[in-house]
Design a protein around this ligand. Structure first.
Ligand SMILES: [Ca+2]
Ligand SMILES: [Ca+2]
Length: 296
């Protein structure tokens, strides 16, 4: 709700009585601090589903255009967050492919090993499940574009596979291993609202001694092929416990209103996973946020 503090409203009326235009100018010029105190904070969740049971994990509070941690790592703040955002029956807008695609309703919440999880019920026609995740928010301003997300067409897939193999080769992957690269996920979605679908892919290659070569790729159509916009290639020896560092797409949403969606993903870690956000800054994709996921 737009409101201005009582004190400044009084001053405005005393100095500009009768001048509606001036009043409106002054309201619009109210300092951001005063305005943000009355603004409801936007929250963004990751939404996943296994055999019909949906889960919600808080990714971040959107504070203006800045993402920050949804809660502190202590019992009191967990309770505050749960009471404030995860009360049973709370309904959130479900975001899929950058636009609205139904709702998700909280059933109950609890503490995992270190982070909060909520069980929820989905109401959507989007086929969310397994590797296909979505986002949810209480913001009425985000995700006003039409939802754009689908499996790649055969020609898109072929073009991305060609690009992906060339990236693995550039990173000195032996030729005899190229055919063993596995596609973890491939998603077509329009990140910049120009009607052309970008492709977001995750690939993995486990070689001898379990040496891993993972790729997270954002590609955009160019002529008849695909051009890499973002390449996150990781070559590493997993720790003895076997945890991988692979990055998997959650979904996209333009959170700062610059016309290009931010890309939300999960990232593997040594003892858990992280929730990551990538943003295109001056033509380059870079990670702008991470939230430690649950670690047991
Ligand atoms: Ca596009
Ligand atoms: Ca953006």
């Amino acid at each position: 709700m737009k409101s201005i503090p009582r004190g400044s409203a009084g001053r405005i009326f005393s100095t500009a009585s009768g001048s509606l235009l001036l009043l409106m100018v002054l309201i619009n010029a109210a300092p951001n601090g005063a305005y943000s105190q009355t603004r409801r904070q936007s929250i963004i969740f990751a939404v996943s589903s296994e055999s019909g049971d949906a889960s919600m994990d808080a990714i971040a509070i959107l504070d203006g255009k800045t993402l920050r941690a949804p809660y502190q790592d202590d019992e009191r703040d967990h309770q505050r967050f749960g009471d404030q955002y995860l009360a049973a029956g709370t309904v959130y807008r479900l975001m899929f492919g950058g636009g609205e695609a139904g709702t998700v309703t909280v059933n109950k919440w609890g503490l995992g090993c270190e982070t909060l999880h909520a069980q929820a019920t989905l109401k959507t026609t989007a086929r969310i499940g397994g590797k296909v995740w979505a986002l949810a928010t209480n913001s009425e301003l985000l995700g006003k574009r039409p939802s754009s997300r689908r499996a790649p067409t055969a020609s898109e897939r072929a073009a991305v596979m060609t690009l992906m193999k060339s990236i693995y080769s550039q990173h000195r992957t032996p030729v005899d291993l190229i055919e063993s690269i596995k596609v973890t996920n491939l998603t077509a979605t329009d990140l910049n609202g120009d009607g052309k679908y970008e492709i977001i892919g995750s690939f993995a290659l486990a070689a001898k001694n379990k040496f891993e070569r993972d790729l997270f790729l954002i590609a955009t159509p160019q002529a008849t092929g695909m051009r890499a916009e973002f390449v996150k290639f990781q070559a590493y020896q997993p720790p003895p416990e076997g945890f991988l560092s692979s990055i998997d797409f959650i979904d996209q949403l333009d959170i700062d209103g610059d016309g290009v969606a931010e890309v939300f993903a999960t990232g593997g870690g040594f003892d858990g996973y992280a929730l990551l956000v990538f943003k295109k800054v001056n033509g380059q994709w870079r990670q702008i946020y991470d939230m430690a996921g649950d670690a047991c």
